[in-house]
Design a protein around this ligand. Structure first.
Ligand SMILES: C[S@@+](CC[C@H](N)C(=O)[O-])C[C@H]1O[C@@H](n2cnc3c(N)ncnc32)[C@H](O)[C@@H]1O
Length: 319
């Protein structure tokens, strides 16, 4: 019955209940009135989520946020509000047909929505904006191992599939000597203008729209691939890596910021994300053995792997 919990989280997230609780307990009738929803139904929903440690029920139908529930606040450090929104949207409907993906190895997204995920996003501007925002909201948590490495010997960094520019803006903000190239689909990079300008790094950034299966911009010392290769099956991932290989100078390297699936049977979020990638895109998360062979097959050598909380940073050089 796990999806009952997920769906309840999506509902309170859409109603912004976490923001409305704002550090103090409130009566469910008061919340229901403010959100124009049914008070009894909201009470029953919050009761489910209190059992999941997101809320605490106090006396006489009052609720307050529990520490875990704070993550649904829009202004919480490491907020998961945008991410929960993303899981609730077009991808949630796709999971009803996940058995199709198991039968065929193909993404159920294409069956449910009629076309591949990124093509669908290109035709749905609001969903695309939400998708890019959700990705950007996760960047702060993923970025740490990238920020901690030594950038002194690098002049130009190219962010492949850099979305709305959040990662590049943060990195260039920390490293004033760096120049950046933001590369993504043409309709996505248009969103980056604002974030790069507001971060004060626009004058050190080149924005390039294109298709990484065709080519990626040259001129970089370092190419960052953050949450890119897991979107694709082996054949497509090899295509992206080969485009990077063509653009990379002899001294260059690629930095891959992705999940590494532990080779055991313990619970790990990457194992869930792995199935999500299958159902959404026909992609996959990879073990370290998988990463090594993917890189070898595309003319690279895995030089180092640094594991950190959510994602790992893998450095690869030309073989
Ligand atoms: C999962 S998002 C990762 C975004 C960002 N790197 C991050 O870490 O949040 C994948 C990105 O790949 C981009 N993308 C998908 N297909 C592409 C293509 N053919 N060429 C260039 N970028 C593409 C998407 O627009 C999206 O921004």
């Amino acid at each position: 019955m796990g999806y009952i919990v997920s769906q309840s989280i999506f509902t309170v997230n859409e109603l912004r209940i976490a923001d409305r609780l704002d550090g103090r307990p409130r009566h469910v009738a008061d919340l229901a009135h403010e959100c124009s929803v049914d008070a009894d139904a909201l009470h029953r929903t919050l009761r489910v989520l209190a059992a999941e440690d997101l809320f605490q029920e106090g006396p006489a139908g009052t609720f307050r946020l529990a520490p875990l529930g704070e993550l649904l606040r829009t202004d919480a450090p490491g907020s998961l509000h945008e991410f929960a929104n993303l899981m609730a949207g077009e991808s949630y409907r796709v999971w009803a047909d996940s058995a199709y993906s198991v039968r065929t190895g193909k993404p159920a997204f294409d069956l449910v929505h009629g076309r591949p995920h990124f093509d669908w996003l290109a035709e749905h501007a609001d969903a695309a904006r939400d998708f890019n925002r959700a990705q950007a909201s996760l960047v702060a948590q993923r970025l740490l191992p990238l920020l901690e490495r030594d950038w002194n010997d690098v002049k130009t960094v190219v962010d492949i599939g850099g979305g709305n520019g959040t990662l590049l803006a943060t990195l260039l903000g920390q490293e004033p000597h760096l120049e950046g190239v933001l590369f993504d689909l043409p309709h996505v990079v248009t969103e980056a203008e604002t974030s790069l300008t507001e971060s004060g790094v626009r004058n050190r950034t080149r924005i390039v729209g294109g298709d990484f299966f065709v080519e990626v911009p040259d001129g970089g010392d370092v190419y960052v691939l953050a949450q890119i290769l897991h979107d694709w099956n082996e054949e497509k991932a090899l295509g992206i890596l080969r485009s990077c290989r063509k653009a990379l100078p002899a001294h260059g390297r690629i930095l891959i910021l992705e999940q590494v699936i532990p080779e055991d049977n313990e619970p790990h979020p990457a194992k869930l994300l792995d199935l999500h990638m299958l159902v959404l895109l026909g992609g996959r998360e990879r073990t370290e053995t998988d990463w090594r062979s993917l890189l070898t097959d595309s003319g690279f050598r895995l030089d180092s792997v640094e594991h950190s909380g959510r994602s790992s940073l893998m450095t690869a050089v030309l073989d």
